[in-house]
Design a protein around this ligand. Structure first.
Ligand code: ATP
Length: 269
């Protein structure tokens, strides 16, 4: 870990300057996963905007239970707890709201960044951030939504099998970044984006920003759905956050997040 990289509950709280996003910070040297940890805090009554940050996760997860790996001291692993008033059908869109926030925060640091829909933030066609959203309901009402975020900040090396699709801020710039500041920027943009989102419970007020930063816009993509796949041109997202893919016959197929992965035709992005 960098000598000057002080990183704990106090330094993170001090850096955050929002109304509610990340207002209460919990920090652990090690946990199983920040999503599992904050789920426990949610059950004990933790409030909207609570943030759990860990220096190390022994069981970090991505979608489809894939592993999220990051060595101690180099990376941001955090989960934000939300208690939305809206109904459960809208919650999965929050992955995109967070993806946009991370991309905007990283862009402000000077990077050329894009979003690989639905849940990855990429630089130079490689992933610097993954997002995993989970929800708990009591029948028809949301009890909690958890948005887990892993950002590769000062991580200098990846296991061989990840080297062609993962990168970090330090690898892309040669410079170390203060994780407290990165978290603070992400919380700032998330709060702004979330407040736009809840006005309509969709992407009406975020579409323009999202399209500015979307990877593969108007480019060919391959959509992977289990063993099936199809190709088309990416035409952006609609208000519901679905990816619009134009097939050869010009018909537009709407793809829902959660079910699929997307690739560029010739590479990961
Ligand atoms: P894909 O990125 O293949 O489209 P996905 O979006 O479903 O899949 P996630 O759920 O975001 O992926 O994360 C899990 C995957 O991310 C793992 O399969 C692994 O390949 C990759 N991964 C794990 N740790 C990291 C990391 N620190 N940085 C970048 N990628 C990682």
């Amino acid at each position: 870990m960098a000598q000057n990289d002080r990183y704990n509950e106090e330094t993170i709280s001090k850096a955050i300057n929002t109304k509610w996003a990340g207002k209460t910070v919990h920090f652990a040297k090690e946990t199983d996963s920040t999503n599992s940890w904050i789920k426990r805090l949610a059950k004990e009554g933790a409030e909207h905007g609570t943030l759990a940050v860990a220096e190390f996760q022994s069981a970090g997860r991505g979608r489809f239970d894939r592993k999220w790996e990051a060595p101690e001291g180099s990376s941001i692993m955090m989960t934000l707890l939300l208690r939305p008033e809206f109904s459960p059908q809208y919650a999965s869109m929050l992955t995109l709201v967070m993806g946009l926030a991370v991309a905007q925060a990283v862009e402000e640091l000077g990077f050329e960044v894009s979003i690989k829909w639905p849940n990855d933030v990429v630089i130079s066609r490689k992933k610097i951030c993954g997002i995993l959203t989970e929800m708990g309901t009591n029948g028809v009402k949301i009890n909690y939504v958890l948005i887990g975020v892993g950002i590769n900040v000062n991580l200098k090396e990846f296991p061989e099998e990840m080297q062609d699709k993962a990168t970090s801020l330090i690898l892309e710039s040669g410079q170390e970044y203060d994780r407290n500041q990165v978290i603070s920027q992400v919380m700032k943009y998330f709060e702004i984006n979330y407040e736009k989102f809840v006005q309509t419970c969709d992407f009406t007020h975020l579409l323009e920003d999202y399209h500015k930063i979307l990877a593969n816009l108007n480019q060919p993509v391959r959509v992977l759905d289990g063993s099936k796949s199809f190709e088309g041109i990416c035409r952006g997202i609609d208000e519901k956050g679905e990816l619009l893919v134009e097939k050869q016959d010009k018909e537009i197929t709407k793809v829902s997040a959660g079910e699929v992965s997307v690739r560029g035709l010739y590479s990961y992005v």
